[in-house]
Design a protein around this ligand. Structure first.
Ligand code: SF4
Length: 455
């Protein structure tokens, strides 16, 4: 197909790739962190054609067949966004395309952070110029790769242990065939000469449990108070949460917030809890309408209010809304806990077992390395709708995600060597001290039936 345009001045990686890589190899005494983008094709598969930035800097528009051939003939894997999807679009079959996938690099450098799995989404997440068409997207892949490697070069953690942890993982992922391993090691200031670190130090790189905090059991928990919430307090809290919003006041929302306060009146008769059945139309602002009195009650009584929704998506939406109540992420982490069924959470013991299988399946080191990065950054270990990237299971295989969660009910509780660091146990204990717990009806009903928080 026709050549579309030639936009880049010289090689996109001029002066940073092969030359500097070779230079670093020639100077064995002082390796410096540096950006070594691979000198290879950058490829975006659109709906009808593929757009390829050649190493000369020219951009070609190719048919999928031509693009597939170009990949086969290239000496290095291509630079892409979402290798599996790209391979399928090019007709390369269901096996993941071996590629420098910028999404994998994102998951390694910025674990537990959000981005849409497209060149545009990555450019947005990294504050880079936004691509306007497929040619721009192909160029954006190069900028994204460079920006991520630069973040490793300028690591904000001066902590040498942190750097060594990343180095260990990159070495282990290299054994699994991760194309980014060498550029990552170069950005971390590590010389790579093809030597393999001792297998023990490779295994250590995956021992995330060594770096996780233990949960504290506070023993006796004081009973919360029983002070009511007045309609005026609820309206004031609502006004505080909406202070940054410029839209008009909504009298219906204020009425709703004031009406819900009756649910927090002290009980007069034992075993007869107060309840309010309220209905309001779409757009009234019900969520903040009930969050307002609930949060006032939790503050006044040093207690916890559970907010129960129907689906996991609604749990996430409710969590997003609570940014208005707790704009500081650290405070929000202390005050708000999302609770779900245990099958949603990462299980350290299952992860350890998956590491054991790596000896026979070395390719698994790539996915497990990305998971290890996430485990040390996650807010709560929730792999289904939390801060685990929604696109990662697609790339590493949904079966592996299932293997790593507590789906089969095989938890051995206090007999587990990781019990004191377990995300599920942590989340249960944090929920006891939180102001607001965002749960779903299934979990609440199960806990009510069992009369405890054992799930
Ligand atoms: S306590 Fe249970 S869920 Fe937690 S890590 Fe151990 S086996 Fe997994």
């Amino acid at each position: 197909m026709q050549k579309v345009l030639s936009v880049l001045c010289g090689k996109y990686c001029a002066g940073t790739v092969q030359d500097s890589y070779t230079a670093a190899m020639a100077n064995p005494t002082a390796p410096q962190p540096e950006i070594m983008m691979p000198e290879t094709l950058a490829l975006v598969a659109g709906s009808r054609a593929a757009y390829v930035v050649q190493t000369s800097g020219e951009i070609d528009c190719l048919s999928f067949g031509e693009a597939a051939r170009a990949i086969r003939n290239a000496s290095l894997p291509p630079l892409v966004c979402h290798a599996r999807r790209t391979g399928l679009r090019l007709g390369l079959g269901p096996e993941p395309l071996r590629a420098f996938d910028v999404l994998e690099l994102f998951a390694f450098v910025k674990p537990a952070e959000f981005c849409l799995p497209t060149p545009l989404g990555l450019a947005q997440a990294l504050d880079l110029p936004l691509p306007a068409n497929h040619e721009d997207e192909a160029i954006a892949l190069i900028r994204v790769g460079e920006a991520l490697l630069r973040q490793l070069v300028n690591l904000p953690h001066p902590d040498e242990r942190h750097r060594l942890g990343l180095v260990g993982l990159a070495h282990a992922m290299n054994l699994g065939g991760w194309p980014w391993a060498k550029p990552v090691l170069a950005a971390l200031g590590e010389r790579f000469e093809g030597d393999t670190p001792h297998s023990q130090s490779l295994r250590r790189a995956f021992r995330v449990w060594d770096k996780l905090p233990e949960w504290e059991d506070r023993g006796f928990e004081a009973k919360p108070g029983d002070a009511p919430v007045s309609p005026l307090e609820a309206r004031n809290r609502l006004a505080e949460m909406l202070a940054s919003q410029t839209s008009e006041e909504r009298p219906g929302q204020q009425q709703f917030a004031a009406g819900v306060t009756a649910a927090f009146d002290p009980c007069d008769v034992a075993d007869q809890p107060r309840f309010v059945l309220a209905e309001a139309g779409t757009g009234v602002g019900k969520t903040l309408g009930y969050v307002a009195p609930a949060s006032v009650w939790a503050d006044k009584n040093d207690g916890t209010v559970w907010l129960s929704t129907f689906t996991r998506n609604l749990q996430r939406q409710l969590d997003d809304e609570l940014d208005r109540l707790y704009p500081d992420p650290d405070e929000k982490k202390r005050r708000v806990v999302i609770r779900k069924g245990r099958e949603n959470y990462f299980c350290l013991l299952n992860f350890e077992e998956a590491l054991g299988r790596m000896e026979t399946r070395p390719g698994g080191a790539i996915a497990l390395g990305l998971v290890a990065r996430w485990v040390l950054a996650t807010r709560d270990g929730d792999m289904a709708g939390g801060d685990f990237p929604a696109w990662l299971p697609d790339m590493m295989g949904r079966g592996l995600v299932r293997e790593l969660t507590d789906t089969k009910g095989e938890c051995i509780y206090s007999a587990c060597p990781h019990f004191a660091k377990c995300f599920i146990e942590h989340s249960k204990r944090r929920a006891k001290r939180a102001k607001l717990v965002i749960a779903n009806h299934a979990l609440v009903m199960m806990q009510t039936a069992l009369g405890s928080s054992c799930s």
